[in-house]
Design a protein around this ligand. Sequence first.
Ligand SMILES: *Cc1c(COP(=O)(O)O)cnc(C)c1O
Length: 427
Amino acid sequence: MDQYQITILQIDLADAFRRCQFDKRGAEMPDNHIEISSPHCGEPYLLTPGPLTTSYDVKRAMLRDWGSWDSDFRAMTAELRARLLAMLGEGQDEFDCVPMQGSGTFSVEAMLGSLVPHDGKVLVLANGAYGLRAAETLRYLGRQVTLLDKGDYMPPRGADVAEILADDPAITHVFVAHCETSSGILNPIEEISEATYAAGRKFLIDSMSAFGAIPLEVANLRFEAMVSSANKCIEGVPGFGFVLARKSALENAKGNAHSLSLDLHAQWSHMNTSGQWRFTPPTHTVAAFLTALRSHKAEGGVGARGARYRRNLEVLVAGMRALGFETLLDDRWLSPIIVTFFYPDDPAFVFDRFYALLKEKGFIIYPGKLTVVGSFRIGCIGQMDENVMQAVVLAVQDSLTEMGVADASPPQQALAERSRLLAEMNE
Ligand SMILES: *Cc1c(COP(=O)(O)O)cnc(C)c1O
């Protein structure tokens, strides 16, 4: 492991030099002039899309205790809501921000259970686990669902939506995951939004793993509500999620919720009158998140955060391809959130061993979720920059050598599957 820290350090020096050059050129100095340091306690980097590697500042913000009733904490809640709303850009005054305790799924459930009326019907566009989870949630809630299941990774298109909505006037809402984190695909939410509103329906977005890094502004995209959480692209720690919803939708949500604790309208109105969360808030997580939000702003906001992640993606994918690996998706559909790579064909490749070897070297990756061929995933989000991604590629290379894998090329079957997919996508 020491060996890899040295590697990172060497690349850091090169980067420091590059940054100095930027400084000299003044005007060309990027906004995202932030320092990325390796995990403070020597823990591995989490190349997983939440929880992810957070900065030391974010962790340090959790060392203080806060009284949930106290005005200091109420001010923190107000700042958090205002900063999240500001990220929606012009037109944000028609929206409000409702934080909700729990992991991201709790906020998705709160959004669906509160904003979809009892007689509503939701078209769920699924191309992975998170879309399917939303459909399952709606079934739990006793709401009517039409599921368009595109399989492991095919993107749902605007034309699909238009056709289904034209055939079924009972559908009131359309739901999609912005980045479907199970494959890493970035779904085409613009065309889905257009098709939805052209048919007079309402659009709900799970932007859990994209918000904060991929632009989502109300001036450019029409939607009713979106949901994200503390431990994704804002780079906070787990503990709560938040819904950014049209005020009109929140007003109409009264009495819809199936659940006391997940009642978005109740949480919203209580917060607006008292400044407090209804039940015990995750105070330390909120403090950490505020620090993360300030860092997000200091880095240059959504544009700069997205650019760092995109650079992470480029360095990772170029390095992995040089080793012979292939991505599941064509460049057009790759997201700067997480990337799926096929297993190498070489029988010496065993995923569990590969995982353990990478962990030894300081990196935790994710198993894949494809049903047809073997795959694993590497996340690009969190307190990591291109230097870290280069170190990841080196660690992958050394792990392959240790396993005796000479060539990381995937099996023919994987490539055939990908060609089939590409042909279908381009239809
Ligand atoms: C992370 C994530 C969620 C929420 O998952 P939790 O485990 O509940 O935090 C939901 N949707 C997407 C697309 C995600 O990436």
